[in-house]
Design a protein around this ligand. Structure first.
Ligand SMILES: Cc1cc2nc3c(=O)[nH]c(=O)nc-3n(C[C@H](O)[C@H](O)[C@H](O)COP(=O)(O)OP(=O)(O)OC[C@H]3O[C@@H](n4cnc5c(N)ncnc54)[C@H](O)[C@@H]3O)c2cc1C
Length: 306
């Protein structure tokens, strides 16, 4: 059943989607944005965003998201909380299937971003929300004065370790390599933080606990030596997975599942655009996602007027 028709439908309410919506609404195209979770996307999790131009003193990710949402809806962008489950092509129209019914559009901008990779070890699923977390900004205060671990070695993991050190009694960074991937300035901050310690070349084999996380079973990848670490919580920050499962068979994706576009954000299918972290080779930064969203909206407008 088709419920409503729009000029443009945007999938995802992160910086890319909200910027695309701002541009398409200001172009007087009827525009609908569909978001499955929290409006704002991943940036909501950032305690302080210091590299978004225009905010010289930095701004919290939550506030930045709210401002983006406010600005886009002011010009007429309609938003609905619904998960997109598939896209079907019917002649010139695109049918967007969602958990709240079907919608059609002349053009679609996919801005569904990415989400945290899981460790995939025993105990992870069972203890999620009971000591296993994927969001340090959201959950750090629950571990005040308690020992915790964080898995990962990139910018996100080290930023989060520094944030967690403000609350926890001890933060153990568990990294499968013998050095961090994080930028030098973050590494320097982490190495000089007395509450942060490092377990190099180590992986988590299992998360144990009766009702909540109690300990981790660890393995040194070079020697194979096994050990256990008592913790009250474990944060997982090992990378991102693009949210494109609902697009399999619709659009060409790269090996990791990102959408391939040209510099106009056009995909192989006329009228379907992609923007932000969901794109192949995206810089995974809020400002780049916003820029992609603006570009996608610009070319979507041209596509429709053609
Ligand atoms: C902790 C943290 C700190 C960060 N700090 C910074 C920083 O300081 N500076 C910076 O520039 N960047 C930072 N980033 C990265 C930045 O947040 C991302 O690059 C940016 O949010 C990507 O925007 P996006 O719109 O492409 O995707 P996302 O922000 O991932 O938004 C995608 C949205 O689509 C929704 N969605 C997914 N699938 C569907 C579906 N099927 N149906 C409907 N909706 C769907 C998701 O729920 C999500 O809201 C940080 C990220 C994290 C996690």
């Amino acid at each position: 059943m088709v419920s409503e028709e729009y000029d443009v439908i945007i999938v995802g309410g992160g910086p890319a989607g909200l910027t695309a919506g701002l541009y398409t609404s200001r172009a007087r195209l009827s525009s609908l944005l569909l978001e499955k979770g929290v409006m704002g996307g991943q940036i909501v999790e950032a305690e302080l965003v210091e590299n978004y131009p225009g905010f010289a003193e930095g701004i919290s990710g939550m506030e930045l998201s709210q401002l983006m949402h406010q600005q886009a809806t002011k010009y007429g962008l309609k938003t609905i909380i619904a998960e997109v489950t598939g896209i079907e092509l019917q002649d010139e129209q695109k049918v967007i299937k969602t958990t709240k019914g079907n919608f059609t559009a002349k053009a679609v901008i996919i801005a569904s971003g990415s989400e945290r990779q899981k460790l995939g070890v025993p105990g992870e699923k069972e203890l999620t929300g009971k000591g296993v977390s994927y969001c340090a900004t959201c959950d750090a205060p629950f571990f005040t004065d308690q020992p915790i671990a964080i898995v990962g070695g990139g910018d996100a993991a080290i930023t989060e370790a520094l944030h967690l050190a403000k609350f926890a009694s001890r933060v153990t960074v568990i990294h499968r390599r013998d050095q961090l991937r994080a930028t030098r300035i973050l590494q320097e901050k982490a190495f000089s933080e007395p509450k942060i310690e490092f377990l190099w070349s180590t992986v988590v084999d299992e998360i144990e606990g009766k009702d909540v996380v109690e300990r981790l079973k660890l393995r040194q990848v070079i020697t194979g030596a096994k050990s256990a670490l008592d913790v009250a919580g474990i944060f997982v920050s090992i990378g991102l997975k693009p949210n494109t499962d609902y697009l399999k068979g619709v659009l060409p994706l790269d090996d990791l599942g990102h959408i391939i576009t040209n510099e106009n954000m056009e995909t192989e299918i006329p009228g379907i655009f992609a923007a932000g972290d969901v794109r192949h080779n995206s810089a995974r930064q809020a400002i780049c996602a916003a820029g992609d969203g603006a570009t996608a909206a610009h070319y979507a407008q041209k596509f429709i007027s053609r």
